[in-house]
Ligand binder design. Structure first.
Ligand code: UDP
Length: 328
């Protein structure tokens, strides 16, 4: 079995490649390198190109006898999606449409999709289970939900079995420090705080300190990127075994506030990190915490690195040794 991994040069994609390698799975990678990194796919069978390129997809499916797809490739910035929603409809929805169409044409039956907690929008309570209403509050979440629905109907009509994994906040890096998170520009909390520790930023802005939480800052459910990778592997196994489509949350079931994250980064780095209170960021729910019981029970998912200080330690290893990311 050869797996096509789209977006394998990105943060979560590259860690999944590492995990698949450890499991001796055979895979090829498609990435446009718009946000991914060539160095993250060194030594793999790599195709540079776009999801919307039907000829390239035909070539990949034919040359490699692909029997499963893991689909990461997407634009994934909430703020950007609010400013330029059509970019998200084009790259995420139309790109995925082409990929799904080609998967069906080439008689692929297994598809794992990288979805997001942003499909839920503002939940009325936590922890969030998979049967909560999906009312996205931004085009990013909306486009991911549209792709989930495309996959649902593709299963009903063509028998393409799919598992959609709704991630909460991916964090950490390969403990060996060979790959890690490198976004330009960076918008995520943990790498930003670590950039302050490295002296690359003067301070971190805490977006809002008047939320209805214990310390007033937003609470998120952080999950180690290699635990996400494990879930993709298990999802493929379930598709091979049970062959049943499904949607699964991936989170720790534990929430940490922005202030707690900053304190953990201070403790791990031993550096006094300056933080300032800033206005709320539009569209940020106060608390997002997942129930991942379904993934644990049905996929047999068992996270290895659920402690926040472990995630920060692994992220710090990467950022300290690669202060300029893959450019180092
Ligand atoms: N956050 C912050 N300052 C930053 C970046 C993020 O206070 O410079 C907050 C953000 O408002 C959210 C949390 O940190 O409550 C996690 O944000 P991130 O962008 O990492 O992930 P998201 O939850 O948006 O997927």
């Amino acid at each position: 079995m050869t797996i096509l991994v789209t977006g394998g040069a990105g943060y979560i994609g590259s860690h999944t490649l590492l995990y698949l390698k450890q499991k001796n799975e055979s895979f090829v990678v498609l990435d446009s390198l718009q946000t991914g990194h060539r160095k993250a796919v060194e030594g793999t069978t790599f195709y540079e190109g776009d999801l919307a390129d039907a000829d390239l997809l035909d070539k990949i499916f034919t040359e490699n006898e692909i029997s499963a797809v893991i689909h990461f490739a997407a634009d994934s910035l909430v703020g950007e999606s609010m400013k330029d929603p059509l970019k998200y409809y084009e790259n995420n929805v139309i790109g995925s449409y082409q990929l799904i169409k080609k998967a069906v044409e080439h008689e692929v039956k297994k598809f794992v999709f990288s979805s997001t907690a942003a499909t839920y929008g503002e939940p009325e309570s936590v922890p969030i289970t998979e049967d909560f209403p999906t009312i996205p509050t931004n085009p990013y979440g909306e486009t991911k939900l549209a792709i989930e629905k495309m996959l649902k109907w593709a299963d009903a009509a063509y028998g393409l079995k799919s598992i959609c994994l709704r991630y909460f906040n991916a964090a950490g890096a390969d403990p060996e420090g060979s790959i890690g998170e490198d976004h330009q520009p960076e918008s995520h909390l943990i790498p930003i705080v670590l950039q302050v520790a490295l002296g690359q930023r003067e301070h971190v802005s805490m977006f809002g300190d008047d939320y209805p939480t214990e310390d007033g800052t937003c609470i998120r459910d952080y999950i180690h990127v290699l635990d996400l990778a494990q879930a993709h592997y298990l999802a493929l196994q379930r598709l091979e075994g049970e062959g049943v489509s499904g949607v699964y949350n991936l989170g720790n079931g534990n929430g940490f506030s922005v202030k707690q994250v900053i304190e953990t980064c201070k403790a791990v780095t031993g550096i006094d990190i300056k933080s300032l209170t800033a206005p709320r960021r539009t569209g940020d729910p106060a608390v997002l915490i997942a129930s991942s019981n379904k993934a644990r029970t049905e996929l047999g998912w068992n996270p290895d690195y659920s402690r926040l200080d472990t995630m920060v330690t692994h992220a710090w290893n990467w950022h300290r040794n690669h202060p300029n990311g893959y450019d180092d």
